[in-house]
Design a protein around this ligand. Structure first.
Ligand code: ATP
Length: 214
């Protein structure tokens, strides 16, 4: 079985920046699938804007027609903070020998050492760092050392072992962020073309980011 991509996030809301990056990685790294894992209770955030079930719903409608994209509700089946390490343990139990590739944007990767049990992640998965506009992969400090010890530029390495490597991949840079989408909706503007229409419809119907209807 080809590697499984695991893409966690708050997805508040999901947008084309997330989807295009995941699609390019699905193709370039020859993943069998990309699993989107919406965070039920994100440990790095005091609160989210849309309720967890609605964020999950938006991811569900965003991926529904795309072969190779699936949504995973494992973080909704656990109590307490949604730690990535617990998600990786759960997927690893399901697939003991398959290559698992944890997808992070560059900004998320730069915060890696603040993650719960971060130093165990490479025992369970590879880390794929998708470039995001304006960010550069660090070559000094703890993350620099981690990269020097585990970095690879070979997709075959990701297929040939089940975990343990860091792979840096440039994706088409779409300067879209959920924060800005929420702000523009709150200002009464329309987020059309920043996300699939199906996601926009959930936002419009629920009014989750604005009292005012679009
Ligand atoms: P917010 O603006 O609320 O911080 P976000 O747009 O960064 O949200 P998240 O759900 O926090 O979205 O991100 C999930 C993952 O997607 C993270 O690893 C993040 O780095 C990555 N990501 C976010 N936006 C983009 C983008 N435009 N292109 C590529 N990756 C992205």
């Amino acid at each position: 079985m080809n590697p499984i991509g695991i893409f966690g996030g708050t997805f508040d809301p999901i947008h084309y920046g997330h989807l295009r990056s995941a699609f390019e990685l699905l193709q370039a790294l020859r993943f069998s699938e990309v699993r989107f894992v919406p965070s039920a209770d994100p440990p790095h955030r005091n609160s989210t804007f849309a309720p967890a079930r609605l964020r999950y719903r938006m991811v569900e409608v965003a991926v529904t027609d795309q072969p190779g994209f699936v949504v995973d509700d494992c973080e909704f089946r656990r109590e307490g903070p949604s730690y990535t390490i617990d998600t990786l343990i759960a997927v690893r139990e399901e697939h003991p020998d398959v290559s698992l590739c944890l997808i992070t944007g560059m900004d998320a990767y730069l915060g890696l050492t603040s993650w719960h049990r971060w130093d165990e992640i490479l025992n369970l998965a590879h880390i794929i760092v998708a470039h995001r506009p304006g960010w550069k992969l660090p070559d000094t400090g703890e993350l620099g050392e981690l990269l020097a010890a585990n970095g690879t530029t070979s997709v075959d390495d990701l297929h040939g072992s089940s975990c343990g490597r860091i792979y840096d991949h440039a994706v088409t840079q779409l300067e879209i962020a959920s924060t800005e989408i929420r702000a523009l909706i709150a200002a009464g503007r329309d987020p059309r073309f920043l996300m699939p229409d199906s996601v926009r419809e959930v936002i419009v119907d629920s009014g989750c980011y604005a009292k005012r209807k679009l």
